[in-house]
Design a protein around this ligand. Structure first.
Ligand code: GLY
Length: 558
C-alpha cells in the first residue's frame, strides 16, 4: 500500500526527472529545484505548485532531503540560506549554523596536551546546538508565502510512509556500518537485526521523526527548542556524554548576516559570509584569477588548472589563519577581498612552478559524505541557494530513539588545537578555536550570480572544503567556458587546500595534463567524486538545471 503512494505520483513528474537528468536540457520555465535526491526535488516543486515561492520550496526540499539522505543533514544539524528577490533586488544571507554549547571550552577535545579526534567526531561532545528548524521556520515566516505546516508536509510524508533507500544513502550506511553498530538507536533504523546494512531499494521509514516533524508543524519551531522534544534531546546528548542544556536550545537564534558581494566578469556574485569561509575563499580566488583570460587559456588546460590550484592555495592559507565566527573574531574581509591584495597574490603566482607550503599563508581531502546543497528558482525569478549539514555521514551517530533526531558532529569544524587538522584535513588557528556559544567555521558556499539584477546561476555543493572548489569550478565552467548546467557540473575537478601539500585531481583529468602539472611541482593525487554540486542556470528565460551525477540527485522543473 505504501508503494502505491510512490506509483501514484503523476506521470509528468517522472518525465520531468528524466528530462532534468539529460545533459544540458533546458527543462522548465515556471520554476526548478535541483537537489541531492529526486524525491526531495519533487517535494520542492510540489510546494511551488501549491503557491509557495522559492523560499518555501527550498525549506520543503531541505526538510525532505534530510529524510531521504539522512546521512547528510537533518533537523539535528544546521545550515545557510542565501536568497535573492529580483523585484526588490534584495538579498539575504541566513545563518542557522549550529552553535557550541555554553559549557564548551577551548581545550575540550584535548587530553594530556593532545587533541583527541574521536571526541569531536562521534558521541555527545561532538554535538553542537542544532539550528535547522529555527532557520527554516524563520525563512518561511519572514520570506515565504505558505505556512510552515504546509511546507513540512512532504518531509512528514516521506518519514512516515517511507521511501526506497537510494544509492548514496546505501553507500553511507555500508561504509559506516561498523561505527553505526556501536550506536543502538541509529543501528535499529539503518541495520538489519543481524547487523548487516540496509541496502538500495529497501524501504526505510522514520516514524519517530515523522511524529517530531508533525509536532513542529502543529506547534511551531518552539516545540523543538523548548518542551518535550527539547527535554528529550538534552537527555539524549547527556547520556552520550555531551554537555548541552535546555538553555542552550531555548536561547538558539538564527541570524541574518550581511550578504558577501563580489564582481566577476561583469556579473555580481552573492555568497555566504562568515561563519562560513566558503563565500570569502570563493571570492578571493575569483579576484586572483579575474585578469587571466581563462577562456583563451582553455578549460582543463595545464595552465588554467595550475593557476586555479595556486589561487586555491593562497586563499585556503588565509582561511586557516583568520576565519572564524564573526561574533567572536574580526575576519578582515575588506582586506582579503580588496583588488590590491588579489593583485599581490596574483603576482606571487609563477606560471612555471608551485612552491613550498611556507610560501602560502598553510590532510587528505575527504570524499563527500555529510552535507547537502540545493538550488531553487520560482516563476518570478526569486532564487535560493541553500546548503545544510550534520557534518560527516550521520553526524555524531547519536540518535534519539524517541524523537528520531540524528544529531550533528559539527564541533569537529572547530580547530581543536592550532594547526591540528580536522576530519577534512583543514587546519585552523585561534580565530576558529572552540568557545562557548561560538559557531564553528564552515566551508558551505551557497552562491547566486546576477547579471543586470537577474539571477543567472544558483549554485553550491557538499563535501567539506571540496564545496568551495567544486562550486568555484562549476561557476567558471558556466561563466568562462559557457557550459550548460549538466556539463559544468560533470566536468572533472581539481582541489588544493594548501595543507596537505597535494593537488587532488579527479580521474577525468588526463595523463598529459597531470604530467604537465607535476612538472610544475604539484604532488598529484587522484581522488574520485570531489564534491557534489547542484546548479540552475537561467538562460534567456529558460531554466537549465542539473544535479551532480557524483551523488545521484536530480533537477526537477515544471
Ligand atoms: N560541516 C562542513 C562544513 O560546514 O563545512
Amino acid at each position: 500500500m505504501r508503494d502505491d503512494r510512490v506509483l501514484r505520483l503523476p506521470v509528468w513528474w517522472f518525465i520531468a526527472i528524466l528530462l532534468a537528468r539529460s545533459a544540458g536540457a533546458t527543462v522548465a520555465t515556471h520554476g526548478m529545484v535541483a537537489s541531492d535526491h529526486a524525491l526531495a526535488s519533487a517535494a520542492g516543486v510540489e510546494i511551488l505548485q501549491r503557491g509557495g515561492n522559492a523560499v518555501d520550496a527550498a525549506a520543503a526540499t531541505a526538510l525532505a532531503v534530510c529524510v531521504v539522505n539522512s546521512s547528510s543533514c537533518g533537523i539535528g544539524g544546521g545550515g545557510f540560506m542565501l536568497a535573492y528577490f529580483p523585484r526588490t533586488q534584495r538579498a539575504i544571507a541566513l545563518d542557522y549554523r549550529e552553535r557550541a554549547p555554553a559549557a564548551a571550552s577551548r581545550d575540550m577535545f584535548v587530553r594530556d596536551g593532545k587533541a583527541v579526534p574521536e571526541l569531536s567526531r562521534a558521541g555527545g561532545l561532538a554535538i553542537a546546538v542544532p539550528g535547522e528548524i529555527a532557520g527554516l521556520a524563520h525563512a518561511v515566516r519572514r520570506y515565504g508565502r505558505l505556512q510552515l505546516a504546509v511546507v513540512m508536509e512532504p518531509a512528514i510524508r516521506l518519514a512516515r510512509d517511507g521511501f526506497p533507500i537510494g544509492e548514496h544513502l546505501a553507500d553511507e550506511i555500508a561504509r559506516g556500518r561498523e561505527a553505526i553498530a556501536a550506536y543502538p538507536a541509529l543501528a535499529a533504523v539503518l541495520l538489519h537485526a543481524d547487523g548487516t546494512a540496509r541496502a538500495v531499494g529497501e524501504r526505510l521509514q522514520f516514524p519517530a521523526l515523522a511524529q517530531t516533524l508533525t509536532q513542529i508543524a502543529d506547534q511551531g519551531p518552539q516545540a523543538f527548542y523548548s518542551g518535550a522534544i527539547a527535554a528529550d534531546l538534552v537527555e539524549t546528548v547527556r547520556e552520550a556524554g555531551g554537555v548541552f542544556t535546555r538553555d542552550d536550545l531555548a536561547s538558539y537564534r538564527p541570524l541574518e548576516r550581511p550578504v558577501l558581494r563580489g564582481r566577476y566578469r561583469g556579473r555580481t556574485v552573492l555568497t555566504m559570509p562568515p561563519p562560513s569561509s566558503g563565500g570569502g575563499v570563493l571570492l578571493q580566488i575569483l579576484n586572483i584569477i579575474a585578469r587571466d583570460d581563462l577562456a583563451a587559456l582553455g578549460a582543463q588546460s595545464p595552465t588554467t588548472l595550475h593557476l586555479l590550484a595556486e589561487a586555491m592555495k593562497h586563499a585556503f592559507a588565509d582561511r586557516a589563519e583568520v576565519y572564524g565566527d564573526p561574533d567572536f573574531v574580526r575576519v578582515p574581509l575588506p582586506q582579503l577581498l580588496s583588488p590590491r591584495y588579489a593583485e599581490t597574490l596574483r603576482n606571487r603566482i609563477s606560471a612555471r612552478t608551485t612552491f613550498d607550503r611556507s610560501f602560502y599563508g598553510q590532510a587528505d581531502p575527504p570524499r563527500d559524505a555529510g552535507t547537502s546543497h540545493l538550488s531553487v528558482i520560482d516563476g518570478e525569478g526569486n532564487a535560493v541557494a541553500l546548503t545544510t549539514t550534520i557534518n560527516t555521514g550521520f553526524g555524531s551517530l547519536v540518535m534519539s530513539p524517541r524523537t528520531g533526531v540524528i544529531l550533528n558532529n559539527e564541533m569537529d569544524d572547530f580547530a581543536a588545537q592550532p594547526g591540528v587538522p580536522n576530519v577534512f584535513g583543514l587546519v585552523g588557528a585561534a580565530a576558529n578555536a572552540v568557545a562557548p556559544r561560538k559557531r564553528p567555521l564552515s566551508s558551505m558556499t551557497p552562491t547566486i550570480v546576477l547579471d543586470h539584477g537577474r539571477p543567472v546561476l544558483i549554485v553550491g555543493g557538499s563535501g567539506g572544503p571540496l564545496i568551495i572548489t567544486a562550486t568555484l569550478q562549476t561557476l567558471l565552467n558556466v561563466v568562462d567556458f559557457d557550459l550548460d548546467a549538466a556539463a559544468a557540473i560533470a566536468a572533472p575537478r581539481i582541489h588544493d587546500q594548501w595543507v596537505p601539500d597535494v593537488l587532488a585531481v579527479e580521474p577525468g583529468i588526463d595523463g598529459a595534463t597531470r604530467d604537465a602539472l607535476a612538472r610544475r611541482g604539484h604532488l598529484i593525487k587522484e581522488m574520485p567524486r570531489m564534491g557534489a554540486v547542484q546548479a540552475i542556470r537561467v538562460d534567456g528565460g529558460g531554466l537549465d538545471g542539473a544535479a551532480d551525477p557524483r551523488k545521484g540527485g536530480a533537477a526537477v522543473g515544471w
